[in-house]
Design a protein around this ligand. Structure first.
Ligand code: SAH
Length: 243
């Protein structure tokens, strides 16, 4: 049996209202890509962690109407928050890959930043595209909340936004040795990974002054996207999210 298709729906007001209209991008995807039809079972997501089972009643030109039959809390969301901060990369596909894989691994939010050795430039369209990738990955891996995607043009502001996390980890290609053992992690964790240009000594020192712990991912230099996915995986595993 195939898993019912999942769609983000705004303005869900169940159980008071059981008829839900799906329009815009989600409708176009449902109709033209997934060929959703009358009497198909679907799942609607409110974006805040709740799922609603529904049956398609009508498919019109620019919207469909579904009848909600029940609701439940999604059990696929991670219990512990992992937040990824990543240097914005020149190659758009690589930023998208990071967003897709981090979403699948359960990351709660992803912030891209500019730093001393990064030369890529973000704009509104690129940010929108990354948010879309996050939403698609969220549905595909059966999560109910898409990670928040942000951009910090200022590196210091990005690091400062991580205040309050129990663990603040900074993957540094010249760290030499990790200052904290990943296997002992416990609690909300923020991860920082550099862009293809890496970090400057000054940036590393600044991060440390804010309480970040240097993390080595071994003796080889990994591509930024490899480092991001590897660190998310190790962290999710250490926090018991991959069992
Ligand atoms: N241009 C740099 C490499 C940047 S790699 C150089 O030539 O040295 C991009 C990012 O991936 C780094 O900033 C770091 O965050 C992460 N990374 C890559 N390899 C790593 C390693 N062995 N240990 C820790 N972090 C690593």
């Amino acid at each position: 049996m195939s898993t019912p298709r999942r769609f983000f729906a705004e303005k869900l007001n169940y159980p008071e209202e059981r008829e839900v209209v799906l329009d815009g991008e989600e409708f176009i995807h449902a109709k033209t890509v997934l060929r959703v039809d009358v009497s198909d079972e679907i799942v609607l997501l409110d974006g805040a962690g709740k799922e609603y089972s529904a049956v398609v009643q009508k498919v019109e030109k620019s919207r469909l109407i579904a009848h909600v039959t029940g609701d439940s809390l999604c059990d696929k969301e991670p219990k512990t928050t992992i937040y990824l901060m990543c240097g914005f990369l020149k190659n758009a596909d690589k930023n998208e890959l990071i967003v897709q894989k981090a979403t699948e691994l359960g990351v709660g939010g992803i912030a891209f930043f500019s730093s001393e050795f990064s030369s890529a430039y973000m704009n509104e369209n690129k940010l929108e595209r990354l948010k879309k990738v996050a939403r698609e990955a969220t549905k595909q891996c059966l999560r109910a909340c898409a990670p928040k995607i942000e951009y910090f043009p200022d590196f210091a502001a990005a690091l400062k936004s991580a205040e309050g996390f129990e663990n603040k980890l900074f993957a540094c290609e010249f760290a030499g040795k990790s200052e904290i053992s990943l296997s002992k992690l416990c609690g909300a964790t923020v991860l920082v990974v550099g862009s293809e240009g890496g970090f400057s000594e000054k940036e590393y020192m600044y991060a440390k002054s804010l309480g970040f712990k240097g993390i080595s991912l071994g003796k080889r230099i990994l591509r930024a996207e490899t480092a991001a996915v590897a660190l998310c995986t190790l962290t999710a595993y250490a926090l018991g999210e991959l069992e």
